[in-house]
Write a protein that binds this ligand. Structure first.
Ligand code: FRU
Length: 481
């Protein structure tokens, strides 16, 4: 949820204002996750902290909850918890972006923010828009404040990309390394492989193609979207969102996925060398196209789109009929520790904790406790021992269970088609649940695994039921913003 600014309100039509007020009273409206005020939201874009203010831009279709012509919506915050809705930052109003202001990133240099995004253009004619008819221009913007635009130019026009690619080359992420600037772009090559292209620049205005940063084997899918690269003391991290992966046992079960390699860059040859397997970032139903940024205190923070494109009727979002769809995950802090990527909810959200309940339980068969607020809450479950499958019943009909090294998230009818997702966890110590009115995020073993899922209860239970023989220490808080 975010507070509205005057500027945001002024730009709305009367119909949008009415819809906005209706959505305000929707019981599925999220309390502390970022969602569209009206319409559709997808990827996080241009995430940055500038002069103390956090800016989150995002793919946004204000008038249509089913998607369409994308803009960049804009929200700001000074504490990463309370956000203000700002005026739309970018609209598809130029010849080089007329069919959508697609995803991109931000970089701060000398008191200015430089944004890079993909201007999507579909030329008229008989085209399939993969092999012909589409242009995806890389566009550069300079802003002194994150609200107004000083300069906007195409820096890599569609025809300037190298040979061997389809028309799908997009989602620039820009970073600095030893005084030079680099840009990674996602793509679909003509040989149906995903590839990440690398460009370099000394001033952010002139860009030179360096080569393919990483190229996938056939099993890594046909298209890679939204690449993101950053360095940590231990390893370099390359995140991207591949399309066309086959599910393995329990992994990559969504239609599209997002994951990462840990590795090292050989800057001589401009190649990323993976040193790990490709791991899925989030094992829930609703996660795609994440983006990271480093904040002014040096933390690496990730937002994911808590949604997914191209899902069929197998699972749906009932808010669409109410005029809005999708949201962002809670921002997470990323670290690499002992060769493992960890994701933890941003600690700022602990400020919302209230009404603490604490229980040390030795359960024989089952235990039920009063837990009236299951709309917006947080729960830490310290798993001391599980003798026999343990199941925790939450919200309306959501069940978390652990049995024989398998952790399961299972939804009932309130999942609107979301059934169950499983993770093989060798030794479960901690289950950390963060629930909002229509979402649940589960962090296992202090950031080792995450599952994000939308869920749409009509009536929450008033108790939490735990079944199975186990010893658990539980803390539950309401999260009130
Ligand atoms: C990922 C994506 C990006 C693109 C944007 C368009 O969800 O397909 O590749 O830039 O969404 O909205």
């Amino acid at each position: 949820m975010s507070e509205l600014t005057n500027e945001y309100w002024k730009q709305l039509t009367e119909t949008q204002k009415e819809l906005k007020l209706k959505i305000k009273n929707d019981p599925w409206r999220l309390a502390f996750h970022q969602m569209p005020e009206t319409g559709w939201m997808n990827d996080p874009n241009g995430a940055v902290q500038f002069k103390g203010v956090y800016h989150l831009y995002h793919q946004y279709v204000p008038d249509d909850a089913t998607g369409g012509l994308v803009h960049w919506g804009h929200k700001t915050s000074t504490d990463m918890v309370h956000f203000k809705e700002e005026k739309i930052f970018l609209s598809p109003d130029k010849p080089f972006n007329k069919d959508g202001v697609y995803s991109g990133s931000a970089l701060v240099k000398d008191d200015e923010i430089h944004f890079f995004y993909t201007g999507n253009v579909k030329n008229p004619g008989d085209h399939d828009y993969t092999y012909s008819g589409r242009e995806q221009n890389t566009v550069h913007i300079v802003s002194k404040d994150g609200f107004s635009i000083e300069y906007e130019e195409v820096v890599i026009a569609h025809e300037d990309y190298p040979e061997g690619f389809t028309d799908h080359i997009r989602d620039p992420k820009v970073f600095e390394k030893n005084g030079s600037y680099y840009m990674v772009l996602g793509s679909r090559a003509l040989n149906h492989r995903g590839k990440i292209l690398l460009y370099t620049s000394s001033d952010l205005f002139e860009w030179e193609y360096k080569g393919v940063f990483l190229e996938g084997e056939k099993e890594m899918g046909y298209m890679w979207e939204c690449p993101d690269y950053f360095e940590t003391a231990e390893k370099d991290v390359l995140i991207f969102s591949p399309q066309g992966l086959k599910p393995t046992s329990y992994e990559f079960e969504n239609i599209h996925n997002a994951g990462y390699y840990l590795g090292e860059v050989d800057w001589e040859s401009a190649r990323f060398r993976p040193q790990s397997v490709f791991k899925e970032l989030d094992r829930g139903f609703d996660f795609y196209a994440p983006q990271t940024f480093e904040d002014e205190s040096g933390r690496r923070i990730l937002w994911g789109w808590m949604g997914l494109g191209d899902t069929g009727p197998e699972y749906t979002n009932p808010t669409t009929a109410r005029g809005w769809q999708h949201a962002m995950t809670l921002p997470r802090e990323l670290t690499v520790e002992k060769g493992e990527l960890k994701q933890r909810p941003l600690k700022e959200y602990q400020s919302l904790r209230t009404n603490k309940i604490e229980k040390s339980l030795n359960i024989e068969t089952s235990f039920e406790f009063n837990a009236e607020n299951q709309e917006t809450f947080e729960m830490l479950i310290n798993v001391k021992e599980v003798k026999e499958k343990v199941s925790i019943h939450l919200k309306e009909d959501t069940i978390l269970s652990y049995d024989n090294q398998i952790f399961t998230l299972a939804h009932g009818p309130s999942g609107y088609g979301r059934s169950e997702r499983q993770i093989e966890v060798d030794g479960l110590d901690l289950i950390h649940v963060i629930a909002d009115t229509s979402s649940i995020e589960i962090f296992l073993n202090d950031g080792e695994y995450v599952m994000s899922s939308r869920v749409y209860p009509k009536k929450e239970k008033e108790t939490i039921l735990i079944e199975g023989t186990s010893r658990l220490d539980i803390i539950k808080w309401d999260l009130i913003i």
